[in-house]
Design a protein around this ligand. Structure first.
Ligand code: AFP
Length: 351
């Protein structure tokens, strides 16, 4: 079911329509997941990941629904990354249909991620140009969170204020090649385009799906504070060769931080939003390169975290300042409470 329009008042009507299409399809995915198996389909996606049957089913369903949403003119997914034209006009929606496929069989929470871009293809633009982003987390409850940048735009989180103030070039160049890997193979090298002042949007809404299929607004102003004692260290395999990452994790352990890590980026990031603090970081090493997709995972989640007052970084700049070169680009990412994101910079820059 769509979102209650009274909670979307003040939004541009076409954007409200896209969010309602997103909410409707999330309700349907939630129903599918209740009885879905975790059998592999025998196929792989463009990134070489093995697909579950339910990955393929959910991907197809979202494309179908977006095609009938008159405010959507294009779409692409982690399963089918090339942006395809759709009959509507207004926005291009990119999505990761089912993030966390590898933990489905263990019945861990999984999620869907949406990036909503004004106009056509996002290629050539940075994540800061997204009109809005959303994710759904399917756990004991189905939760939908969406955010948009406040008028004036989102700006680099605290970890990157120095760069925005002129301590670093506005565009720090380096290429990400067309097959989705950074030039050095570990996601560390991107085109960063920084801009502007800091604004938290205070429009990060959280809804809970009700038994009758309607959405109840749970909180309308999710926020993330600058400090935390909770951490989610993804791609921990990289810590063997990335000494800065190993040192960072050791520092957090010695400071008696609490580990909150599920292996699903959506529930792990939602933990930060739900509790109001925390950090999720995914540094890399040569042997354990970046695997998260900039367009389908990193940019939308970075928008939501920064809109809530948190920070994000690739090590070089805010994730929102990285220009999408191809739908297949991958990125390192750390996001959450700004002081912890800042603490992670050396680990993010290493390797
Ligand atoms: P799958 O969709 O293949 O399960 O990958 C999930 C994911 O991309 C992301 O949700 C997790 O944060 C990350 O992988 C976990 O990676 P590690 O297992 O290397 O920490």
């Amino acid at each position: 079911m769509a979102l209650d329009p009274k909670h979307l008042q003040g939004l541009e009507p076409e954007l409200a329509q896209v969010l309602s299409c997103v909410a409707t399809v999330v309700g349907d995915i939630s129903a599918i997941l209740r009885s879905a198996g975790s059998d592999y389909s025998g196929s792989t996606n463009a990134f070489g990941d093995e697909q579950l049957e339910v990955d393929v089913q959910v991907d197809r369903l979202i494309f179908e629904r977006l095609a009938s949403c008159s405010a959507v003119q294009g779409a692409g997914s982690e399963e089918q990354p090339e942006i395809r034209s759709l009959p509507g006009s207004g926005y291009t929606v990119v999505f990761d249909p089912l993030d966390g496929s590898s933990i489905m069989s263990a019945n861990f929470a999984v999620g869907t991620i949406f990036g909503i871009w004004p106009g056509g293809s996002p290629v050539g633009r940075a994540g800061r140009h997204q009109a809005a982003a959303a994710y759904a987390v399917y756990g004991p409850q189905t939760i939908l969170v969406w955010a948009k940048p406040r008028a004036g735009g989102l700006t680099p989180g605290a970890a990157h204020r120095a760069a925005a103030n002129g301590d670093a070039p506005g565009e720090a160049a380096a290429a990400v090649n067309g097959n989705g890997n950074s030039a050095n193979g570990n996601g560390s090298s991107h085109m960063c385009r920084s801009s502007g002042e800091i604004h938290a949007s205070h429009e990060v809404q959280e809804y809970i799906l009700q038994a009758d299929g309607t959405w109840r607004l749970q909180r309308s102003e999710l926020g993330i504070g600058p400090v935390s004692r909770t951490f989610a260290p993804a791609n921990l395999r990289a810590a063997g060769a990335n000494a800065e990452y190993a040192a960072l994790v050791r520092r957090w352990i010695e400071a008696a931080f609490t580990l909150r890590y599920t292996g699903g980026m959506v529930p792990d990031v939602h933990h930060i939003l739900a509790k109001g603090s925390g950090v999720f970081c995914n540094p890399c090493s040569e042997a354990a390169p970046a695997k998260l997709r900039l367009l389908f995972e990193c940019a939308p989640l970075a928008l939501i975290v920064e809109a809530a007052g948190g920070s994000s970084t690739t090590g070089q700049c805010s994730v929102l300042d990285v220009v999408v070169r191809t739908p297949n680009d991958r990125s390192k990412i750390c996001l959450g409470s700004s002081q912890l994101v800042e603490d992670s910079l050396a680990a993010m820059q290493a390797a």
